[in-house]
Design a protein around this ligand. Structure first.
Ligand code: MTE
Ligand code: MO
Length: 372
């Protein structure tokens, strides 16, 4: 069993698959705090967790022609200026189960918890690339990452991001060695992972072993044959993965974590809670909440840290506390967020359904009963 060496996990996690380990925190814990505690941070593993010895760990960074290939120990990495940033990480498959309720999709049945937020610390990728002699270039280029986790054929997990993002100090791409003030937990990439603010989780390569700059995107299965969006008309017989770009920045997203679907609440007053986030550093400017399925709306109160313009890498938590009209027996609670490009969420899954069940950002809906 290649998974015997996997770490032990927190019992509050809702396990999706045990081998490889995939799990999410329950909604009520997810938005209990702005920073997700490490033990309940959602985990998305495609392969067994590698057991990396921090003393012998080396990160290989390929150099350009005439440049300098680097072979960095953890201590070497600590010599680069330390950079800290709070980043929300979301899997492209977050909320897939709502998409599969509409029509079958292939993938893990994530509820709304394949998203979490941490304070990450590490070396800036741009500093490490510069040390190896890499520069921005006019021609298309991508920074390819390889993990130390691999399948039975020895193929590692891999992904890539455009060189322009990697080299932009404002994009704050990190080679992270700390998560919420602790060394990275094994499930989250110990000892080093990539953190790409504003970009889909799949590019945040864990257990980072190798970095290189290439004229093309990573040839990894997860870059080329997965994590892409398609029209609802495309099925497994007609899908052409080369025809769609890899997912990088994610669309505006929000979900309700309280009350929960099917719950019975007391008459008088209701408190609705949830999260909202957008990709690409776009800030959440507003969250609208409806108690009547979208006929009328109220504006929720945003909590948590203020976001920086164009660098809003972390989510906003929000709440709305309102009296209930007398005689209401049930509520159809809906939320939708607006980002600072005025992007909005689609009202249903139907127009964004895709065979892989990724990129679900439809209005989130929760139906609750009210006791008289
Ligand atoms: N990196 C490696 N090496 N192996 C993986 O399976 N999964 C990716 C990404 N990085 C993965 C990886 C995916 S799809 C996601 S959503 C995030 O890690 C999840 O990060 P987390 O487990 O720390 O939440
Ligand atoms: Mo993911």
């Amino acid at each position: 069993d290649p998974y015997v060496d996997d770490p032990t996990r927190h019992s509050a996690l809702k396990v999706n698959t045990q081998r490889p380990f995939n799990a999410e925190p329950p909604p009520e814990l997810l938005t209990e705090s702005y920073i997700t505690p490490n033990p309940i941070f959602f985990t998305r593993n495609h392969l067994p967790v590698p057991n990396v010895d921090p003393d012998t760990y080396r990160l290989h960074v390929a150099g350009p022609p005439g440049g300098q290939a680097l072979c960095l120990s953890l201590d070497d990495l600590y010599q680069f200026p330390r950079h800290e940033v709070t980043v929300t990480l979301q899997c492209a498959g977050n909320r897939r189960s709502e998409m599969s309720q509409f029509k079958e999709v292939r993938g893990l049945e994530w509820s709304l918890g394949a998203i979490s937020t941490a304070r990450w610390a590490g070396a800036r990728l741009c500093d490490v690339l510069a040390q190896a002699g890499h520069q921005l270039c006019e021609t298309e280029a991508h920074v390819c990452f390889e993990g130390l986790d691999s399948d039975p054929t020895g193929t590692p997990y891999g992904a890539s991001i455009p060189l322009a993002r990697a080299m932009d100090p404002e994009a704050e791409v990190l080679l992270a060695y700390e998560m919420n003030g602790q060394p990275l937990p094994r499930d989250h990439g110990f000892p080093v992972r990539v953190v790409v603010p504003g970009v889909v989780g799949a590019r945040h390569v864990k257990w980072l072993g190798k970095v290189s700059v290439e004229p093309e995107e990573s040839f990894s299965h997860w870059q080329r044959r997965d994590y892409k969006g398609f029209s609802p008309s495309v099925d497994w017989d007609t899908v052409d993965f080369d025809s769609a770009p890899s997912i990088q920045e994610l669309p505006v997203q929000s979900a309700i974590t309280q009350p929960k679907e099917g719950e019975t609440i007391e008459a008088g007053e209701v408190t609705v809670r949830g999260y909202a986030w957008s990709g690409g550093g776009r800030a959440v400017v507003r969250v609208d909440v409806s108690l009547d399925g979208g006929l009328t709306w109220q504006v929720a109160e945003l909590e948590g840290e203020e976001q920086r313009a164009r660098k809003a890498w972390a989510w906003r938590l929000w709440h709305l506390q309102v009296p209930l009209p007398a005689g209401k027996k049930e509520l159809n609670i809906v939320c939708k967020a607006v980002d600072d490009s005025y992007n909005v969420q689609p009202d249903t899954v139907a127009p964004i359904w895709n065979l892989r069940g990724v990129l679900n950002n439809a209005w989130h809906r929760v139906h609750v009963h009210v006791t008289p």
